[in-house]
Ligand binder design. Structure first.
Ligand code: PMP
Length: 442
């Protein structure tokens, strides 16, 4: 299928080089289990869970059925001063798998909205506690928190910000944790780098702890190339935040829902944030949905205003939408019945060995992994950063494998239902794509 009879002129595609795409379109028409299918019937192994979303695999009828019956029953309910049972039920189901203490949940529709919501909650929390000067928001270099202005400001990808003029002012960043000199080819959490958390002390010294509202990080940075946290790093970040009254926000949009072999990275690493953002796997990717979970105390601080007043003037027309709530309840049911988070943990050693076998491939300068996530970093082509990564993406897709590429790093995150034989197939296809690309792209 080359795009043929489909008119490609109206849809302005996101995150896509639209001009290039029109010349060589890659279309996905259908999905089932571990596979996508192209319009001409080619099977494509999903090495990316769509985009870190489809943790239970594609085409789950339970989710489609739940959404259909929810919509037939209650198509929409307004969020102003009204509730509906499914949203409360969804929050209750989610609470059961969240880290202890995170027991209030705010619904949004995406990871970007979760990021901006979390940042607003952090500021409002300090205002409610009588510390209105705590306005600074701290992110981390190479952090990704979506594309809205808050997440974009706190995110650490200069390229993403370049076209959009001034962003939030009271924002600073701590250093990222990628260290190819000391940690290349580390398996699981890298050994070196816990001390990088102390970079927060530099930021505190510069602005004053009493002015800082929150630090937001991904426990494992995903979009900028898969950076598992160094051993001890998150613990150190947690204790610095505690010492200085700063809220710690984990953006678990990628790491949530079993990706790291536990419900959330917080449980995997034994570090509980004050605020936890999620999306993607929350509905297995089937319906746009995100959430922000907060420690009871954060919620309670905001409940102290005059009776009858709205405590947090924030929300979306579709917050807790019936279709999304139903999709979420059905998704969490599948994760639990099929024990998919445990399955990810059990598969991890096999996965780790398989992807680290790519160390021998040409131009590979690092292999990283944690849970059912992997990354293969290629040496950039002189003067053309990203060219190698994109070439491998195209070759992999032509051979029947979907991967996610960020610059010259190939990120892997298959649905948690993947079999060992499919892990082998994924790695073999990628090995061939990297080898062919190295031969032809000089
Ligand atoms: N935070 C993180 C950690 C993400 O990985 C993403 C998306 N990849 C987002 C936020 C933004 O999510 P969305 O695209 O749903 O707005």
């Amino acid at each position: 299928m080359s795009g043929g009879e489909i008119d490609l002129s109206a849809w302005w595609m996101p995150f896509t080089a639209n001009r290039q795409f029109k010349a060589a379109p890659r279309m996905l028409e259908r999905a089932e289990g571990m596979h996508y299918y192209t319009p001409d019937g080619r099977q494509v192994l999903d090495g990316a869970a769509g985009l870190w979303c489809v943790n239970a695999g594609h085409g789950r009828a339970e989710i489609a059925d739940a959404v259909g019956s929810a919509l037939r029953h209650l198509d929409y309910a307004p969020p102003f001063q009204m509730g509906h049972p499914l949203a409360f039920e969804a929050a209750e189901a989610l609470k059961a798998i969240l880290p202890d203490g995170l027991d209030r949940i705010f619904f949004v529709n995406s990871g970007s909205e979760a990021a901006d919501t979390a940042l607003k909650i952090a500021r409002a929390y300090h205002v409610a506690r009588g510390e209105p000067n705590r306005v600074w928001l701290v992110g981390r270099e190479r952090g990704y928190h979506g594309v809205n202005f808050g997440g974009l400001s706190v995110g650490g990808i200069p390229n993403n910000r370049a076209a959009f003029g001034p962003l939030l002012r009271e924002v600073d960043h701590i250093r990222h944790t990628l260290d190819l000199e000391r940690n290349a080819f580390a398996r699981g959490q890298p050994e070196h780098g816990a001390k990088l958390a102390d970079d927060l002390l530099r930021v505190i010294a510069e602005h004053g702890a009493e002015k800082i509202a929150a630090v937001m990080v991904e426990p494992m940075a995903g979009s900028t190339g898969v950076l598992p946290p160094p051993i001890g790093y998150l613990e150190r970040l947690r204790s610095i935040c505690d010492e200085h009254g700063i809220l710690l926000i984990f953006d678990e949009v990628i790491t949530g829902f079993g990706r790291l072999g536990a419900p959330f990275a917080a449980q995997r690493f034994g570090v509980t944030p004050d605020v936890l953002n999620m999306a993607k796997g929350l509905t297995n990717g089937a319906i746009p949905m995100g959430a922000v979970a907060v420690r009871g105390e954060v919620h309670d601080a905001l409940m102290n205003g005059p009776p009858g007043a709205i405590e947090l003037l924030h929300g979306y027309t579709y917050s807790g939408h019936p279709a999304a709530s139903a999709a979420m309840i059905a998704t969490l049911g599948i994760y639990s019945r099929e024990k998919l988070f445990d399955r990810a943990r059990e598969l991890e050693p096999y996965w780790q060995d398989a992807i680290h076998s790519l160390r021998q491939s040409p131009n590979v300068i690092d292999v990283r992994d944690i849970g059912l996530v992997g990354a293969v970093e290629l040496a950039p082509l002189a003067g053309r950063p990203g060219a190698r990564g994109y070439d491998v993406l195209c070759r992999a897709f032509a051979s029947g494998l979907l991967v996610r590429v960020t610059a010259d790093t190939i990120a892997l995150s298959p649905p948690l239902i993947i079999s060992e034989a499919q892990i082998d197939e994924l790695v073999d296809k990628l090995r061939t794509a990297i080898a062919d690309s190295s031969k032809e792209l000089q």
